[in-house]
Design a protein. Structure first.
Length: 277
């Protein structure tokens, strides 16, 4: 099942057509996309009963973030080995966790303003949590995953490195610094969901190109690790980390420019097209 946010309403897809969930379910499920997580498993069961699967052609100018108002947005730094070795920290022994403040989350076609000339790109697999997760084991973690979407962890590096301690969360939470979408895809629709190609392309240049199987700390590990500290709520997001090739690590650095478009792709999900101004 794929769910999306079209003009602020929760939709799914049946036979290649867009279905308004609230209307089709006679009000059993609400119209707000975030309400999908009130009882996500029931929503998926209902979707299965009406044959919800695949996608459809959408006017992406009408599409918002599939999870528009998460309570918590976790993000994992240095979670691909080659990316960890691009910077000064090295490969971590435990996940490097920060947060993107939820107000930075936008959709797959939002225009993002570059606040400073040292702004960078980071394609990421994003996981949505289906139900409250507290002290979850790795063996049970997949049952707490609602699905996957694509994210860009856009980052302003000057603020990120400002001392005396790094400012990861603030530097990655400017308005628009969390593009996501174009939809949320349940794992049964993604073959080999633990091993997906992901990439960032700007113009003719593919700047990041890797596979999610290269994650140092995989999705079950992250859910176990985070839920041992605090509960994860239904509709929370986890940005799982970015691979090597970020602009800050290049010689010379490759910063984002006004007028460019970032194309972020993940196999089995689709692509984001983020315009910059």
């Amino acid at each position: 099942m794929r769910i999306a946010n079209v003009e602020g309403r929760l939709v799914t897809f049946v036979g290649g057509r867009v279905v308004d969930v609230a209307n089709e379910s006679d009000g059993r499920f609400g119209p707000n996309p975030q309400s999908a997580f009130v009882d996500f498993n029931a929503l998926v069961a209902w979707g299965s009963s009406i044959g919800a699967s695949g996608g459809a052609e959408l006017d992406l100018a009408t599409v918002g973030a599939p999870v528009p108002a998460p309570k918590q947005v976790f993000a994992i730094g240095l979670n691909y080995r080659l990316h960890a070795l691009e910077g000064p920290f090295g490969v971590p022994d435990a996940p490097a966790v920060f947060t993107k403040f939820p107000n930075c989350i936008v959709g797959p076609r939002d225009v993002v303003t570059i606040p400073k000339p040292t702004t960078d790109y980071e394609v990421e697999l994003v996981v949505a949590i289906s139900r409250r997760a507290e002290h979850v084991s790795k063996d049970d973690a997949w049952s707490y995953v609602a699905g996957y979407t694509i994210g860009q962890d856009i980052s302003e590096r000057t603020m990120q490195r400002a001392g005396p301690a790094p400012q990861f969360s603030l530097a990655k939470s400017y308005v628009g610094f969390g593009p996501t979408g174009p939809w949320l895809v349940t794992l049964d629709e993604i073959e080999h969901h633990h091993d997906l190609a992901l990439s960032t392309t700007i113009g003719e240049d593919t700047l990041q190109d890797a596979r999610t199987s290269d994650l140092i700390f995989d999705v079950p590990f992250l859910i176990e690790y985070l839920s041992a500290v605090l509960p994860l709520d239904a509709g929370d997001l986890i940005f799982t980390g970015t691979p090597s090739g970020v602009g800050a690590a290049r010689t010379p650095p490759r910063w984002l420019q006004s007028g460019e478009m970032i194309i972020s792709r993940i196999e089995g999900i689709g692509e984001l097209r983020t315009n910059l101004c």
